[in-house]
Design a protein around this ligand. Structure first.
Ligand SMILES: *[C@@H]1O[C@H](CO)[C@@H](O)[C@H](O)[C@H]1NC(C)=O
Ligand SMILES: *[C@@H]1O[C@H](CO)[C@@H](O)[C@H](O)[C@H]1NC(C)=O
Ligand SMILES: [Fe+2]
Length: 450
């Protein structure tokens, strides 16, 4: 798996099956004619709102200064490094990660860095980040952090070596927050029989910013909530609007401060820091060797193709600038969040319009990506339900329910995709599609999709 990223820490080495490109924040054209399927699924009434602070999922691990909010993400381009992060609340404590291969007694150690930050009247705990390198592919590793009286042990498995036919399974989650529904999304992801190996996260993490003074305690509770997944498999981050935390009224003028302090990404691997995003992407897309990593997936927060009325067209200015290169470089899939619902598009493009000329000509385009919105993680803002009627032609399937998706890459030509709604039993697939790779097998998939 080759991951490149536009933001956040650490250097890394240079390329599995997938090149993932992250594009930051930033919907849509309104071609009104016969579209795809609008699900008529109706939800049962449910418990809503953020889980209270005393909830089981927010419990602090026992022991003095025990590491909490443990999370890992990929640490380089090729899948041989992992960044381990955690927080200690009382004192800095140990900054070492001890790690070893399964069935091996040979333990290695790496030292990380520790920092704190302030946000208005809040002071963070000691935030540790430690990159462990030179890992072997396809290998289960155990890792241990913390001081001897309160140390904690976790594990993860590295991806297969770079090869065009290496299989790999991604989970896709977005706009999670920390409500009872968020907890249900995580549980469904964990219990899905189609096991995700890495999560592609499409932005809007904790929603701490909706609290008075952006109460950063809710960043800590979020970190404890997701630990049960992200301590054991990498979550690949994309920033959303709820990560901006720009609050001059509180004296906070450094955008993305809590997010960047807590969730590092291997930006040096793609030389992306301080590079304007557009310029970086124009250099990055041609570098993707599809013979080596056939699948080209883009993550960004706000969708370009969406048929819900709110939020509407927020990514439009970005779309008119970026879309031609997505088509030129045959991006397979674009995953987004932001709109709190689920939607999958047809392969469409709309290259002629430039915002001001009023030419909306969304057409089927075999070189264009499929756009999938998975902003349905379950946050406190609730579901988007106001849909544009009739369903636009670009929209293949849409539904106002919480859930997550899974992309199961089989080989260079085929990937099986499924979307799972929280109200169904774990194995149920509410929307599915066989993806054909745009470089190796650019055939029309519509006969294979539901
Ligand atoms: C969250 O989900 C887990 C796993 O299903 C469950 O054990 C826990 O009690 C749930 N917590 C809340 C507050 O709903
Ligand atoms: C790729 O995977 C698909 C789906 O599992 C399978 O039908 C196809 O035969 C595979 N191709 C190769 C070359 O193995
Ligand atoms: Fe958002």
């Amino acid at each position: 798996m080759r991951v490149t990223s536009t933001k956040s820490l650490f250097s890394s080495s240079p390329p599995c099956v997938v090149a993932i490109v992250f594009v930051a924040l930033v919907l849509s054209s309104a071609d009104l004619c016969n579209g795809g399927k609008t699900s008529i699924y109706a939800r049962k009434p449910e418990k809503t709102g953020d889980m209270p602070l005393h909830s089981d999922v927010f419990r602090v691990p026992s022991g003095h200064n025990a590491p909490q909010q443990v999370h890992i993400t990929q640490g380089d381009h090729v899948g041989k490094a992992v960044i381990v992060s955690w927080v200690t609340q009382d004192e800095p404590g140990s900054n070492t990660v001890v790690f070893w291969k399964e069935n091996s007694n040979e333990k290695r150690k790496t030292e990380g860095e520790v920092k704190t930050y302030k946000f208005h009247k809040y002071t963070s705990g000691y935030i540790h980040h430690c990159i462990i390198r030179n890992l072997e592919y396809n290998t289960k590793y155990y890792y241990e952090i913390g001081d001897s009286d309160s140390n904690r042990k976790f594990w993860f498995t590295t991806p297969p070596p770079v090869s065009p036919d290496a299989p790999y399974t991604f989970g896709i989650i977005g706009d999670l927050g920390q409500t009872f529904d968020s907890n249900s999304t995580i549980t469904h992801y964990e219990q899905n029989p189609r096991k995700g190996q890495t999560v592609l996260y499409v932005g809007d993490l904790s929603y701490a910013d909706i609290y008075p003074n952006h109460d950063n305690v809710r960043w800590d509770t979020w970190g404890r909530l997701i630990e049960r997944s992200v301590a054991y498999q990498p979550w690949i981050w994309t920033a959303g609007n709820h990560e901006i935390d720009f609050a001059p009224e509180l004296g906070e003028t450094e955008p993305f401060k809590p997010y960047t302090h807590r969730y590092p990404v291997p930006y040096l691997a793609s030389k992306s820091r301080f590079t304007p995003q557009y310029q970086w992407l124009q250099q990055e897309l041609p570098k993707v060797n599809r013979r080596e990593t056939p699948w080209l997936i883009v993550l960004m927060h706000a969708p370009w193709y969406n048929s819900f009325n709110y939020p509407f067209m927020e990514g439009e200015t970005m779309r008119v600038v970026y879309e031609p290169s997505f088509v030129k470089y045959k991006v397979d899939i674009v995953f987004s969040g932001h709109v709190h619902a689920y939607e999958r598009s047809e392969r469409v493009s709309d290259i002629a319009s430039n915002v001001v000329n009023g030419i909306y000509t969304t057409v089927k385009d075999r070189s264009a990506p499929v756009y999938i919105t998975v902003g349905d993680g379950g946050n406190v803002d609730g579901l988007a339900s106001n849909m544009i009627e009739p369903q636009p032609a670009h929209s293949a399937y849409r539904e106002s329910s919480y859930g997550h998706a899974v992309l199961d890459i089989k080989n260079r030509t085929h990937a099986y995709y499924s979307w799972h709604r929280n109200h169904d039993g774990n194995p149920v697939e509410a929307d599915t599609m066989w993806f054909f790779n745009r470089f190796w097998h650019p055939a029309d998939e519509s006969s294979a999709s539901q």
